[in-house]
Design a protein around this ligand. Structure first.
Ligand code: FE2
Length: 216
């Protein structure tokens, strides 16, 4: 009898977990509730410098897949899915929002004259996606690499129409360069936690999941 009930509990737990998964990680969009039951605003993702390497011109290929630039395929570095959700402070998905990311190639080069325009032409370096109805985004890229004086990071911008709501940087949990990086260290503990996540091996390879909160 006891075993049967345990089995039933386990099945219920699995079903709930699957349902949450099917909802696109509903845990990520659940706002925090205080003890009184009222909704608390989520901590906004910290704004961070755009840096000197935001693309000067729109690249011909600017889709979600940074490992294919036009007809070329990029095979260096560690391929990774970089995904997540963008919410407002009440925990609601930012419908119709746009996420742009840009980052250096596996050798630490950006597609920018200030970096000698040395980026590998097979690496797309910049991508843009429109959030789905649940505020989700997904990019195919590489685990970010370090370059002179910086810990690995991906630059990200959230836009609604042409308006930029947030410019920030996304980091790799456990990277030894974080503690030596002046820009990362400037963040509070809570802010660091909000933009620093593990790149973990799952069923479809390396994956990182970020939750971005904007003032919409
Ligand atoms: Fe950078």
């Amino acid at each position: 009898m006891k075993d049967e009930r345990l089995d039933k509990d386990r099945r219920l737990f699995m079903a709930r977990t699957l349902a949450l998964g099917a909802a696109g990680g509903a845990w990520m969009s659940t706002p925090a509730f205080s003890q009184s039951g009222s909704t608390q605003a989520l901590l906004p993702t910290p704004a961070q410098s755009e840096g000197p390497f935001y693309p000067l011109r729109e690249p011909a290929d600017a889709d979600f897949d940074l490992l294919r630039n036009g007809s070329r395929t990029y095979a260096k570095g560690n391929a990774a899915w970089v995904e997540g959700v963008v919410l407002d402070r009440a925990g609601k998905p930012l419908k119709g929002g746009i996420v742009e990311i840009w980052q250096c190639d596996a050798d630490g080069h950006y597609d920018h004259p200030r970096d000698g325009s040395r980026m590998d032409p097979a690496f797309q370096g910049f991508g843009r996606v429109t959030l789905d109805g649940e505020g989700r985004f997904r990019f195919r890229t590489i685990r970010p690499q370090p370059y002179s004086g910086r810990t690995p990071h991906i630059h990200a911008k959230v836009k609604l129409g042409r308006q930029a709501l947030l410019t920030t940087q996304l980091y790799v949990e456990g990277d030894p360069g974080n503690a030596r990086d002046g820009i990362w260290r400037r963040l509070s503990e809570a802010e660091r936690a909000s933009v620093t996540v593990p790149y973990a091996n799952g069923s479809d390879g390396l994956k990182a999941t970020y939750r971005i909160v904007v003032q919409a």
